[in-house]
Design a protein around this ligand. Structure first.
Ligand SMILES: [Zn+2]
Length: 305
């Protein structure tokens, strides 16, 4: 036994520092299932799984390709009970039914979901109606509710006016907290989320134009990691109508600085953004001095380093 203790000590001393810095069960970790947007160019649409103490618990968006990435990463869905939808564009929600399917087939017992997403307006249904259209009685995949496991869905529609206050929507005894605030994505109702657990905090911007930055800055204050959707280049290098939908890099950098986030991950990448990474990084650097990274599908990130 003494020899074993020495071996463990030797391993701890000589283990590469990068490995040593990665705790066995980090408070919060993010698995990027999809780092792309609506264009088909090899990245899955936006989707993430948030792991709490090493266990996947929260699905954030369900863009097309999420189902495939879950399988590739061999992620265990058994404890996923929370779904946060930033908005209901196809590149963020089209794999939701496929996710329900995958999750039900990993479970023997009943599955209870709490699902959050924006209220509806115009051509966009509220989130509760969206879930109903998919898996409710008379929905396209009504069979799913009893396919593999008995499923139930508690859906809460979140306010979409920019004047709505930041709201706590999950507050577990164990310390897991989720907060949200309305953002703005042209005519599509949208919200951003903040997830905190044991001193680690990650914020998901979702898709938003710059008019919602005051809300985002407020929500992201002092977060360890801000995952910001970066789908356009600085003006005038993207089609002008896209600035009604997305925030350009220069303003992302300013928001990262104003909110004092400790690190920034750019995701929801478009082909032109992917091809201009040095320029995007430089634009963000003009305001923000913290670490900046570009997401890739299947990347896993510690929220608190
Ligand atoms: Zn999108």
């Amino acid at each position: 036994m003494k020899r074993m203790a020495l071996l463990v000590l030797a391993f701890a001393l000589f283990m590469p520092s990068a490995l040593r810095a990665y705790p066995a069960k980090p408070a919060l970790e993010v698995a990027v299932l999809g780092s792309g947007g609506p264009r088909a160019f090899g990245r899955a649409g936006s989707s993430y799984l948030v792991l709490v103490e090493g266990t996947p618990r929260i699905l954030v968006d369900a863009g097309p390709g999420a189902f495939l990435r879950i399988g590739e990463l061999e992620l265990d869905l058994e404890k996923v009970d929370t779904v946060l939808l930033t908005h209901l564009h196809i590149d963020h929600s089209a794999d939701l039914a496929a996710f329900f399917n995958a999750r039900a087939l990993t479970s023997d017992g009943p599955v209870s979901y709490r699902i959050f997403g924006p209220d509806g307006t115009g051509v966009f249904p509220k989130t509760s109606r969206f879930v109903d259209l998919l898996v409710g009685d008379g929905g396209a995949f009504a069979y799913q509710k009893t396919f593999g496991a008995q499923e139930s869905f508690a859906v809460r529609d979140l306010p979409i006016s920019l004047a709505s206050p930041r709201t706590k929507i999950v507050d577990e005894d164990g310390g897991l907290v989720v907060e949200e605030i309305a953002t703005h994505h042209d005519d599509c109702p949208s919200v951003a989320y903040r997830i905190s657990y044991k001193g680690a905090t990650v914020v998901f911007s979702g898709d938003m134009d710059a008019s919602a930055l005051p809300n985002l800055v407020q929500l992201a204050k002092n977060a360890d990691l801000l995952i910001f959707n970066c789908a356009v280049l600085d003006p005038p290098d993207s089609p002008s109508q896209l600035y009604d939908l997305h925030t350009p890099p220069k303003k992302i950098g300013e928001a990262a600085r104003s909110s004092a986030v400790k690190s920034l991950l750019l995701s929801h990448l478009a082909p032109d953004v992917e091809g201009q990474q040095p320029a995007v990084r430089k634009s963000i650097r003009a305001s923000y001095a913290g670490p900046v990274a570009f997401a890739t599908d299947k990347m896993r990130i510690l929220v608190k380093k």
